[in-house]
Design a protein around this ligand. Structure first.
Ligand SMILES: [Zn+2]
Length: 292
């Protein structure tokens, strides 16, 4: 079980190359290749927002560029275990970047690309999107993973998560089974599964998904909001979750998905100290899994 983490925190501040270097120095085995910051969502105008500045990863030669990044990462002892595609996929401009995300993941050597389902579509409608991408994913040797999502009810007195695609364990399994192909697997987002209002939890998710479960997004919260906090700082109890993973024969990696975005004036030393701490948190979770 490798330790991994979303590259997005460091890459916004330091760029891809330096972010990779910092994750290697911090002691992670792998990275979750965050592609979504490059094709972000402009929530105000309901369209895609490309990362400003010269971004070779968005250019015509992106495959060779990413292959160079992979070489650099591997020279530092770091691999890519999975990646995160742009979202939300209901926006056509963003959906148009899914093949780009699959190809970039393959060039980086990643086995899985996490592609969110459309929150408001059912298993059959989401299966259409994944099925359309299947031949391309197979050609590139990259498996797609769907993820448990959430919507929010802001009504006073409610103010918590409400169901969305894959948010309930049975619906998550239905999404995977609707595609019915080894190239569409499950990425369990532990933080999402623990949010109030979704009538599920990580342990039930793990038991229901069984062998379909191949990837994780690990983070902590107050069991209400989607805090994406570092594990062991809030209310999620990771002991029973690691035990359930062990009992389910989980073969994948331990990938943190924390939101500790660095301020734009954080120094390299400060970032490295934070990432080193997070790598140790990931190692602690792996140890809990191994000893469960
Ligand atoms: Zn996630």
């Amino acid at each position: 079980m490798k330790t991994s983490m979303n590259l997005s925190c460091a890459l916004r501040r330091f760029g891809l190359e330096k972010a990779i270097e910092l994750h290697a120095k911090a002691g992670f085995d792998a990275i979750d290749f965050s592609l979504h910051p490059f094709v972000d969502m402009d929530w105000q105008n309901n369209c895609a927002k490309l990362m400003p500045g010269e971004q070779p990863i968005l250019g015509d030669g992106f495959v060779d560029y990413v292959k160079g990044l992979r070489k650099y990462a591997e020279s530092l002892g770091l691999t890519c275990n999975q990646s995160h595609a742009p979202f939300p996929v209901r926006v056509p401009q963003i959906r148009a970047y899914l093949k780009w995300a699959i190809e970039a993941t393959g060039a980086m050597g990643g086995e899985y690309v996490i592609i969110h389902p459309d929150n408001d579509a059912d298993a059959a409608a989401n299966a259409e999107m994944y099925r359309e991408l299947l031949p391309f994913a197979k050609e590139k040797g990259v498996k797609m993973a769907t993820e448990n999502m959430w919507n929010w009810d802001y009504t006073p007195g409610v103010d918590h998560a409400v169901p969305a695609a894959c948010s309930h364990h049975e619906d998550f399994l239905a999404h995977v089974e609707a595609v019915g192909d080894d190239y569409l697997v499950a990425c369990l987002d532990i933080g999402h599964a623990e949010m109030k209002g979704l009538d599920t939890d990580s342990v039930r998710m793990i038991k229901t998904l069984g062998p379909h479960l191949k990837c994780l997004h690990v983070h902590d919260n107050d069991k209400w909001h989607d805090s994406h906090a570092e594990p062991f700082t809030m209310d999620v109890d990771f002991g029973p979750i690691m035990k359930a993973l062990k009992e389910a024969g989980y073969q994948g990696d331990l990938t943190l998905e924390v939101d500790s975005e660095f301020d734009m004036d954080v120094t390299e030393e400060e970032a490295l100290a934070k990432l080193t701490h997070l790598a140790n948190v990931a190692k602690k979770l792996v140890k809990m899994f191994e000893e469960a």
